[in-house]
Design a protein around this ligand. Structure first.
Ligand code: GLA
Length: 409
């Protein structure tokens, strides 16, 4: 007679605390997460006062109300583990403790994000979560954490390296067991094609190595290199099929505000919107100029990013100087972004009648010819004509124009 295994026994044997299968928290990040992260501007130099002041500044400059609700600590918040193995914050930098910081954020309408690493140590050499996944997840849940970015440093080398799928699933399961819904951000830099396996494990996954604050560059750091905005953008080709509500390609936290030219900051933001990328600001909010706050809070560009269909855009036309991005939106609307990659002013014309606008992958096709679409300038919100006529734009160096096509009633 075949032996019968009771489900609870099986669950116990597998080390799971309940019969329900561990899964990533459902119904989170149904549109790309929006927030701020400390790393790109502040690096390791963070403390509780900076985090509180950043949150206050995000209220004052309109970022919170524009949707930037996650306030995320990156590396270097950690102190030592206590005698029972529970991670503690750096007592000098976070003397009030993490629960108090989480409360401060929650009381002001934010969500609280934190960072750890699947290896023995984080990239900056603080305690990693390997072997402590359950305890760390429990501790985060006690502190009221809503978002975990989980890095990939010090996970071993060669055949001894951790299996990324297993390592990330282990933390997913630990977060599940903690009982708190936590957005899980996978950060293994695209090394192991996470777009092929991470959708069941996390809500977003980095597709590349680290971004840096230049328009187009690669900066070597020995075993790895950081990448400029265009270098990152060009690595997104072919990945859009893997993205959708609750599962996003993450081309990294934004350098908007950190790039030298205003037009570069605007175009970086427009491209992240077209890519359905997480909009995690990475600049100094307390010292932000009004122009950068205006870019980051632009309602038309944010609405494109947050479109509920969740279809990632694609390059519809490409030349060495000009990229034209297209993205299907709800209600038979389309977003079009024309980006000048170059340091010289450029003109570009789209003749709607001649260039069929369609997304073969998702079988969505604009019905230009059957009907005309109104054109709305997404940056200004102004109606500027329709698709019965060709559209000609002149773009300043590095600048862009973004339009939404809306079917005429
Ligand atoms: C890695 C990540 C970065 C940042 C640093 C922190 O490089 O990719 O985004 O989190 O670690 O040390």
């Amino acid at each position: 007679m075949a032996a019968r295994v009771m489900p609870w026994l099986l669950a116990a044997a597998l080390g799971t605390s309940s019969v329900a299968a561990a899964q990533k928290a459902p119904d989170l990040a149904l549109t790309p997460p929006m927030g701020w992260n400390s790393w790109n501007h502040h690096g390791c130099d963070i403390d509780e006062q900076l985090i509180r002041e950043t949150a206050d500044a995000m209220i004052a400059n309109g970022m919170r109300d524009a949707g930037y609700v996650y306030v995320n600590l990156d590396d270097c918040w950690q102190g030592e583990r206590d005698k029972d193995g529970f991670i503690q914050p750096d007592p000098k930098r976070f003397p009030s403790g993490m629960k108090a910081l989480g409360d401060y954020l929650h009381q002001r309408g934010f969500k609280f994000g934190i960072y750890s690493d699947a290896g023995s140590k984080t990239c900056a050499g603080r305690a990693g979560s390997q072997g402590f996944e359950n305890q760390d997840a429990l501790q985060y849940a006690r502190w009221g954490v809503d978002y975990l970015k989980y890095d990939w440093c010090n996970t071993g080398t060669g055949p001894a390296q951790r299996n990324p799928r297993e390592a990330y699933a282990t933390m997913r399961d630990a977060l599940h067991r903690s009982g708190r819904p936590i957005v899980f951000s996978i950060c293994e830099w695209g090394d192991n094609k996470p777009w092929e396996w991470a959708g069941e494990i996390g809500h977003l996954w980095r597709t590349t190595g680290d971004i840096t604050n230049c328009w187009s560059c690669r900066i070597g750091h020995g075993s790895w290199e950081s990448l400029g905005v265009l270098d990152i953008v060009d690595k997104q080709a072919g990945l859009r099929r893997h993205a959708g509500p609750g599962r996003w390609n993450d081309p990294d936290m934004m350098e908007v505000g950190n790039l030298p030219e205003l037009a570069q900051n605007r175009s970086h933001f427009a491209m992240w919107a077209m890519l359905a990328a997480p909009l995690i600001a990475g600049t100094d909010v307390t010292g932000m100029s009004p122009q950068i706050a205006e870019v980051l809070t632009n309602p038309g560009i944010i609405a494109i990013n947050q479109d509920k269909l969740g279809l990632q855009g694609f390059t519809w036309f490409k030349s060495p100087e000009i990229d034209v991005w297209a993205r299907p939106l709800t209600g038979d609307r389309w977003a079009i972004a024309i980006v000048n990659r170059s340091a010289a002013a450029r003109a570009h014309t789209i003749d709607w009648g001649r260039e069929p606008l369609g997304d073969d992958l998702n079988q969505r096709f604009a019905k230009i010819g059957e009907r005309h679409y109104r054109l709305i300038d997404a940056w200004s919100g102004k109606a500027i004509g329709d698709t019965a006529q060709p559209l000609s734009v002149r773009l300043a160096p590095f600048d862009n124009a973004v339009f939404v096509l809306e079917p005429r009633p």
